[in-house]
Write a protein that binds this ligand. Structure first.
Ligand SMILES: *[C@@H]1O[C@H](CO)[C@@H](O)[C@H](O)[C@H]1NC(C)=O
Ligand SMILES: *[C@@H]1O[C@H](CO)[C@@H](O)[C@H](O)[C@H]1NC(C)=O
Ligand SMILES: *[C@@H]1O[C@H](CO)[C@@H](O)[C@H](O)[C@H]1NC(C)=O
Ligand SMILES: *[C@@H]1O[C@H](CO)[C@@H](O)[C@H](O)[C@H]1NC(C)=O
Ligand SMILES: *[C@@H]1O[C@H](CO)[C@@H](O)[C@H](O)[C@H]1NC(C)=O
Length: 310
């Protein structure tokens, strides 16, 4: 995104949480490592771990176990090629393509959430991905956020979800939004921080909230902001909206708004326009549209109508 025109920026958004009880186990390679397979996908990263020709898919995963630097791989049954990599499919620098002869695999990360065993959570550094919006997809953000019981965690096993949907790289192919079961476990997670990442191309802007003692709907508040790209997001500023639900009747969600004053004067920091009510021309974009201020503080939404969906 560019801050130079000081206007509205349109992006992809990913929600991650940092929590104190989500302990990672089983990251060491051992005989207990469990691999999950994803048929029809071939890793195209340079095979950074010495590659080989092996006769079976399990020979390829065994070879991965033998190399500490191996974190993912793919086995092509037509060529018997075993490609091993130190990068997972959704990590930066990793590329892949669809290939019916090939099966991609990576170890399942096993996490303990109190006593419940959790698998397949997607982590970046110490953050766990819990939700990802796909701009312009027509899939409602708020309705999905609040849809208890809807989980996409077994993403690798699902041919319906492209791996780009759990990537922090918005250029990777993705066909659906992502909702983790961790949203339903929020109270058990002992969430420490919640990060909203606004991603466009390779650029990322973060808003970090204090998640301590929060619920999955009330963490998004002016009283919890720890970091943001803006210099005026203080608790004592005046907000017309600062909530996940936002302005419900017109579907402005994850809404941080300073004031209304007629469409041309509407001013705020962040909004997910979650439908096609289109009360104002500034939100007339394929839904859901994610807009945020590209200046140092709140911006007049109408002021930059040059922004286009990514
Ligand atoms: C993001 O993904 C695209 C498409 O796969 C790739 O060309 C680009 O290099 C990736 N960016 C980063 C920073 O890894
Ligand atoms: C993740 O957390 C561990 C333990 O608190 C810390 O040592 C490490 O530096 C953190 N990593 C990142 C990338 O923040
Ligand atoms: C987060 O909020 C809790 C509870 O109000 C407080 O004890 C803690 O110091 C806050 N953390 C940060 C990093 O501000
Ligand atoms: C609001 O809070 C900020 C940061 O704590 C402070 O710098 C500013 O002076 C406060 N403004 C008012 C009007 O109290
Ligand atoms: C673009 O914004 C300007 C004000 O910044 C406004 O005068 C103009 O009508 C807008 N154009 C469209 C197509 O909305």
């Amino acid at each position: 995104m560019s801050f130079s025109h000081g206007g509205v920026v349109l992006v992809c958004v990913a929600f991650t949480v940092m929590s104190s009880v989500l302990q990672e186990v089983n990251t060491e390679h051992s005989n207990g490592v469990v691999f999950q397979n994803f048929a029809g996908m071939e890793l195209q990263v340079p095979c950074t771990v010495p590659q080989s020709v092996v006769s079976t898919a399990s020979g390829c995963t065994m070879r991965c176990k033998a190399f500490p630097s191996c974190r993912a791989g793919s086995y092509n049954k037509a060529t018997a090629r075993c490609c091993l990599s130190s990068l997972l499919a959704y990590e930066q620098g990793a590329t892949y393509l669809e290939n019916e002869d090939s099966t991609y695999f990576q170890p399942v990360t096993v996490l303990y959430l109190d006593t419940c065993l959790q698998t397949d959570t997607v982590r970046y550094d110490n953050w766990t991905l819990v939700f990802r919006v796909l701009a312009g997809s027509g899939q409602e953000t708020y309705a999905t956020w609040t849809r208890t019981g809807l989980h996409h965690d077994h993403w690798l096993g699902s041919k319906d979800m492209k791996v780009g949907c759990v990537s922090m790289n918005s250029s990777k192919p993705c066909n659906t939004l992502f909702r983790s079961r961790l949203l339903d476990d929020w109270d058990k997670l002992k969430v420490k921080k919640v990060r909203v990442s606004l991603i466009k191309n390779s650029q990322q802007v973060n808003i970090v909230f204090n998640g301590s003692g929060s619920g999955y709907l009330d963490w998004f508040s002016q009283y919890r902001v720890l970091e943001s790209p803006w210099q005026d997001l203080f608790p004592n500023n005046s907000y017309l909206f600062f909530s996940v639900a936002g302005h419900s009747p017109i579907l402005r969600r994850f809404f941080i708004q300073a004031n209304y004053g007629g469409c041309q004067n509407d001013r705020g920091w962040l909004v997910v326009v979650d439908g096609t009510m289109y009360s104002c021309s500034w939100e007339r974009l394929p839904a859901p549209a994610i807009l945020y201020s590209g200046s140092q503080g709140a911006t007049v939404w109408q002021s930059s109508n040059s922004s286009k969906p990514v």
